[in-house]
Each structure stands twice: as C-alpha cells, then as structure tokens.
Design a protein around this ligand. Sequence first.
Ligand code: SF4
Length: 375
Amino acid sequence: MSVIKGWCPDAWHPMAAGDGLLVRVRPMMGRIDGAQLAGLCDAAMSYGNGLIDLTSRANLQIRGVSERDWRPLVAQLVGLNLVHADPVMEARNSLLVAPDWKTGDDTVCIAAEWADRLAEFPDLPAKVGFAIDAGPAPLLMGKAGDFRIEPGAQGGLILRAAGRPTGAAVTRSSAVDALLALAHWFVASGGREAGRMVRHKAALPDWAQGDVAAATPVLPLRPGRHALGFLYGVPFGQIDAATLAELAPHAIRLTPWRMLIAEGGEGRAIDGLLHDPADPLLRVDACPGQPSCSQASVETRALAREVAPYVTGRLHVSGCAKGCARSAPAALCLTGREGRYDLARHAKAGGPPQRAGLTHSDILAHLGVTDAACL
Ligand code: SF4
C-alpha cells in the first residue's frame, strides 16, 4: 500500500487522516444500486469507523480504516464492482457526470465510451479529472473537471478546457476522441508540471480552441422531489453508514453538492439526512476538524450546527487556515487557530480576522445565540 499525502486518493492509494485511512470509492455514472449500497455500508462499518464522506467530485470516502483492514476492504469493494481490480485503471477513473442522466442520453453514451477507452488515456496528475455534462443545460458549471463536454449555447455539444470561456463543437460520437486528444495534448505540452488545466497557460491547439460558449446553466439542485425520486442533503457531506444503509432498497446517485438522489424515493424522513430545502445546514461548510484531522486545533461541526440558524448567508467553519471545506469567501468564516477561533466576515479561512482568539462561548454571544453580552 502506498499512502498519498495529497488530496485526491483512490481506493488503491488511500490517504492518511487523523482518524485512519480514507478509502475513496468512485462509482461509474455516480450510481450505486441497492445491493452495492448495502455492501458498501456493511464494509464501512466492518472495516472503517462507520463514517462516509460525500465529496465535491461526487465520490464516497470510507473513513477510519486501519492499515490491516485496508486490503480486505478493497477486496470487498472490487467484489461489489465499486472499485476497478486494476489499480492503474482505478487511478484513471476520474469522471464527474451530470447526475440527472437518463438511459441512452448523450451523457450516458459518452461516459460509457470514455470508460471503455480508459486504457487509451495518459496518466494524468491525481487532481485532473473529466466532466460529462451533456444534458439540455449544464448542471456542473463550477464543479471539478479539467476536460469537459457540455451543451453549447446554440445547441449541440462542445469540448471545453477548464479556465477557457468557450469550446469547440463536438458530437456524441466524436466527444471521446476529442477528450483523448486534449488529454494527450495536455501531457505533451507540459500540463503535468502545471498540475491542472486551469493553471496550464499553453495555447490550446487550433482544433480545441473553438468560440462556442456553453449553454446557460440551470439552477443548482435543492433537496426535495426530483424527476428521478427524492433528493436528500447530506450535512457537511458526511453520513454514517447505518443511515445511508436505510436507503439501500433504492439505487442512489451521488452529486457534487453534498446531496444524493434516492431513485424512486418518495421523501421518507431519515434522521441524519436533510429533506427541507430551507434547512440552514445547507448553507454551511465545515471540515472534519478535531479530532478527525491532525491539523485541527478546534472542533468544527458541532459549533456549525449550533450557530447556523443565526447566520445569514454562507457559514464556513474551518479547523485551520487551510480551508479544505471551502475555497471561496463565506459571509461568516470561523477559522481555528491555537485552540481558539478567528472570526471574519466575507472572507476565506485564514483571512484577516475582525475578532481573534474567540472561545466557543464568545462566538455564541457574538451571534446572539445566548444571552451573553455581545463582544
Ligand atoms: S481545513 Fe485544516 S483542520 Fe480542516 S480538514 Fe483541512 S487541514 Fe484539517
């Protein structure tokens, strides 16, 4: 086993965290059927600490796995067809798809060909990924994906490199050829050194430049009824396996917005999942904090739950200045430092604080959660 210290582990290369190894699962088409889901939850309880993360790339991460249990866990995931038996192919399996795909549509057909031809792609930096978002309007705008297939503003599909405002027209049958060519160009032109497409400043080849804008994106999904079933929110993107297993009669689809779709679900209330689109926890980003992360000096998520109803706009609670849970500014940002919190408004984690060195009680008082005097 090789443990990667970066941020994009896969099942064969787990990442060490404060509570053990993180083992990432990247199901094809972001879908897990009922039997797979029951098996995955059982594996998370048997070999991990029972906690599962839903990531911003619509992957799952089984937490708290010991080095001794890692190999039997991966074997079980391979048996469930949730992890590729070949570590090289699993490392390349970095695809985000629009979660509202329907059998036989462009997203499904292009993703299936992409998976069939995975061996033809070059090895890419661990954080580089693909996005296939080929429905009538883009759903994944702003989400991970260095090489993207999206609907064009005038109809049809485009190939677009992340960081470029426009793309080149492609068709369902030419899309994977175009993705392959762009990935090989990326490597040949020094993209590995840049690390991500958005940082790679080399001029695109003529055939990939194009001047076609993507179609106007649709509004983000919200918890509630969905054409495919019911959409649940996952607070902080973390769920315990026993709760997730309650959905096991259904297939689920993962989304990059800390939400999942229960196919055919009717919205049964499940403790630990959010079904109200007005729930304040939907406006919160909070990393695992203490004790899960060794770099955290403060607890994060219990505090976030406590203060979320008292914050207007986005709330970010970060265990340290790294700000793993959110890279953009939030209306209110609380950053852990030396066992206390720094408070900043309209700021990123670690930004210049307006109040520094606050205790838990200080923050409650400042936000009017208790009767204590305001700071
Ligand atoms: S922001 Fe800091 S404390 Fe939170 S998960 Fe990242 S490294 Fe750990």
